[in-house]
Design a protein around this ligand. Sequence first.
Ligand SMILES: [Fe+2]
Ligand SMILES: [Fe+2]
Length: 369
Amino acid sequence: MNVHHANPNDLEAILAVPDIDPDVVAHAVTDNADAIFTWDYSLQRPRLRTLYEKAKTGQWNGTTDLDWDTDVDLERQIAGDQTEGKVAVGIEPGLYDDTVIGSWGEKEWLEFGVQNRKWTMSQFLHGEQGALLCTSKIVETVPWYDAKLYAATQVVDEARHVEVFGRYLDEKMGGGYHVNTHMQLLLDDIIEDSRWDMTYLGMQIMVEGLALAAFGFMHQMTSEPLLKKLLRYVMSDEARHVAFGVLSLKEAYDEMSDAEMFERQQFAYEAAIHMRDRFLSQEVWQTMGVAPRDVLPIVMRDPTRVLFQQMLFSKVVPNCKKLGLLDRNDEWLRRRFEEMGVIHFEDLDDTAEEYATFALNADSSAATE
Ligand SMILES: [Fe+2]
Ligand SMILES: [Fe+2]
């Protein structure tokens, strides 16, 4: 994987990555991998088989379990979600008084909030498609029978996630945004890698670990009942997916040499940088008629945003620790996570331990929220 800039905090380098052409409908990536048959159908990995059983009983139907008749007034919704004095996600309006958006009033900040929500939901949608493709690749490439069975259930889960985010954007938000260029680079890098464990590391550990935190944040923040329930349902699947990654890679990584582990540590770090860069949401500023470079230097220092960005890694860091990725090779990844200001999450529960708490029947609120 390549991070396309040497200094990860260089804004000009981040902005130099060209935008995706919104008129391009299909995007081909070579996935460089063998499809592996196994003739060993015996039960080798009971914890993966337990996950498989949970996946079968945890299925839900996006068509009938969500109330699509819910009337969503987007502006009123966003205005309500913004009453904390912060705009939707991670922007502190007062900081921008001396910038090109210093003259923005309530109307502009509300529009920014609406666009930001559309953009965020769109990137969730595109990420879900990434998960769909990655997981179908895992069905082919993982050498273990128990893992192929589980991955097959995840393919169905991801189809459902693409379905519900796509439908919500179409029916309740009036359409969305094209894939963010940093998101596309990350998904390409994950799919292109020939090694089966890298698909898991990029998708189940990094992308889905971050998604689990981001969905949780939006679930907490919004009072829109359809969105809240949609997110709650998706999270119940997503926690299982991350657990699948942790359980599978733990076994694979315990046997790896330092040199092999170093490649995984670098891959995880580069994925983290791509994920951080996409959250600069350049396209939202462009839609608002603002050149990203006129505001992003302040956005990157905005304490509200910095906190939000760190929170996104609250699931990723403990899972990396569980896999032994933090401390191999003279604590290489630990140092990088220290620089990113996210190492303090390392001792939170890892997702292999806590996934059951996300199950739909784990709390009584799931049915009503
Ligand atoms: Fe998903
Ligand atoms: Fe997932």
